[in-house]
Design a protein around this ligand. Structure first.
Ligand code: DX5
Ligand code: ZN
Length: 222
């Protein structure tokens, strides 16, 4: 499959959110990436259910909700009701991850697990068959516009190899510092869903930036 592009609305203009959602609607983007931050798991607070609902009212593409919050189980149903098509929780805050994943699936959402830059891919070995998606963080979560961490390529190759053994249809998302310079190498390393915040919304022409990121990469795979 060609890779998917998920622009992150964390980098959108919150005073013109409807305009920026419509920009995504009219672009080649596949999903809308929605970052939820609680000020506890990460040192920043983004927005909550009313904003997600408002985004969903205008979005014509699936909402890819990335929960950077502690105790995510408490809020999964609320995010489903707010319009989430997919929900990704962080490995680092889920002591009963298998139960959390089953719950997300019971709600009818695509279930994802995110790994911080320091969290080894190998920790997913006994859960990977149950997942729809793994999100590899390529920055420390909490802020847009940070510098891409180069070690991400190795983690993508590792998760691609693990998915080959246990879950060949796995979606592999990479989030943080994705731009027109590193996208080909990321896809070659195994990423098939690419989140892009600042490289889209800081561009002079965001729709053109999305189209550029969406261009097929010559030789994906390991
Ligand atoms: C960071 C968020 C990202 C962020 C990416 O914690 O999870 O989704 O919006 O922004 P850029 O692409 O600007 O690094
Ligand atoms: Zn994110």
């Amino acid at each position: 499959m060609n890779h998917l592009i998920a622009p992150s609305i964390l980098a959108a203009d919150f005073a013109n959110l409807q305009r920026d959602i419509e920009l995504i609607n009219n672009s080649e983007a596949d999903w809308v990436h929605v970052d939820i931050m609680d000020g506890v798991f990460v040192p920043n607070i983004s927005f909550g259910f009313p904003v997600v609902k408002a985004v969903n009212k205008h979005a014509k593409k699936p909402l890819d909700v990335h929960l950077m919050i502690v105790e995510p189980d408490r809020y999964l149903k609320n995010f489903k009701e707010a319009g989430a098509a997919g929900i990704t929780v962080h490995y680092e805050v889920c002591p009963n991850l298998h139960r959390t994943i089953q719950y997300i699936k019971e709600l009818g959402c695509r279930a994802g697990v995110a790994l911080n830059p320091h969290t080894p891919v190998a920790l997913l070995e006994d859960i990977i068959a149950d997942l729809d998606m793994v999100l590899i963080m390529s920055v420390n979560p909490g802020f847009g516009g940070q510098r891409f961490i180069e070690h991400t390529y190795k983690k993508l190759k590792d998760i691609k190899a693990l998915s080959g053994r246990h879950n060949p249809g796995l979606l592999i998302e990479v989030d943080g510092g994705v731009d027109e310079k590193n996208i080909a190498k990321l896809v070659e390393a195994g990423a098939n869903v690419l989140v892009a915040g600042n490289s889209v919304f800081s561009a002079a022409d965001p729709a053109a930036a999305i189209a550029y990121l969406k261009k097929p990469v010559a030789s994906p795979g390991l």
